[in-house]
Design a protein around this ligand. Structure first.
Ligand code: PGA
Length: 268
């Protein structure tokens, strides 16, 4: 199978952060000021920041021209309507979002996100010409039972069920095992990441053929400066999706530097 149009050049690595429900307006501006001063946007690293809805426009304006993309942590699949408290893809796009995160495990666990709602959101995000960042990952119980791969491949399959093969390269996938995320989390080992990323890649190739332009695979879950290089060096790891370690702008830029260094030496 071949793409209808040649794929646009892609960064060697992606490094992005979701701020989750943190940062005031002033804190967000401190972050963006620092990035503006320290920014040496390496073309080989695709950087992104996902603030809360209320900060998207501010952050997008402040980071314009730095090469850092801005996105939302969620959006509703419907274009408009009686969905009190929800925000549409068009609304986040108008605020300056280029990406929309879909299916983070915190949303699945606490806000009723399912594989089916993830699939609807992915289609809506692509329909608006934005980039969906689809999060998948197994809970500890699935790993204990030895069914982690099956669980994650099912999540991926359903999430991408409405995506035309020609659009696959417009999707970012993040493997984030639930047990690795947050203060209670333990980072996955490089071997665990390599194995799961190989399985996801294998599942995609099996389904779509060796398409040549499959979604980049990011890893997330307790990434920090200490483990970033080793995680990125694994096969089929195309980036890092980071929480706490990138909330501080120096932490974010340090991870970008790690990726840029590896891109310069290890990636074609
Ligand atoms: P963490 O969060 O890096 O703070 O573990 C990761 C995530 O939730 O994506």
């Amino acid at each position: 199978m071949t793409a209808d149009v040649p794929p646009a050049p892609r960064p060697s690595y992606w490094v992005g952060t979701s701020w989750k429900m943190t940062k005031s307006f002033a804190e967000a501006l401190r972050f963006t000021d620092h990035i503006r001063q320290g920014a040496r946007p390496p073309a080989e690293v695709g950087m992104f920041v996902l603030p809360s809805f209320t900060l998207i426009q501010t952050v997008a304006t402040a980071l314009a021209g730095t090469g850092v993309r801005v996105g939302a942590q969620n959006a509703h699949w419907a274009p408009a309507g009686a969905f009190t408290g929800e925000v549409s893809v068009a609304m986040v796009a108008e605020a300056g979002a280029e990406l929309v995160e879909v299916g983070h495990s915190e949303r699945r666990a606490s806000f009723g996100e399912t594989d089916e709602t993830v699939a609807r959101k992915v289609a809506a995000v692509l329909g608006a010409d934005l980039t969906p960042l689809v999060c998948v990952g197994e809970p500890a119980s699935e790993r204990d039972f030895g069914t982690a791969v099956e669980f994650v491949l099912r999540q991926v399959k359903i999430a991408l069920s409405g995506v035309a093969p020609a659009d696959l390269g417009r999707v970012l996938l993040a493997y984030e095992p639930v047990w690795a995320i947050g203060v209670e989390g333990t980072p996955a080992t490089p071997e665990q990441v390599a194995d799961m990323h190989a399985a996801i890649r294998g599942g995609l190739v099996e389904r779509y053929g060796d398409y040549g332009w499959l979604p980049p695979l990011l890893y997330g879950g307790s990434v920090d400066r200490g483990n970033a290089a080793e995680l990125l060096a694994q096969g089929n790891v195309d980036g890092l999706f980071v929480g706490r370690a990138a909330w501080d702008p120096d932490g974010f830029l340090a991870l970008v530097d790690v990726a840029a260094g590896l891109a310069a030496t290890a990636r074609p």
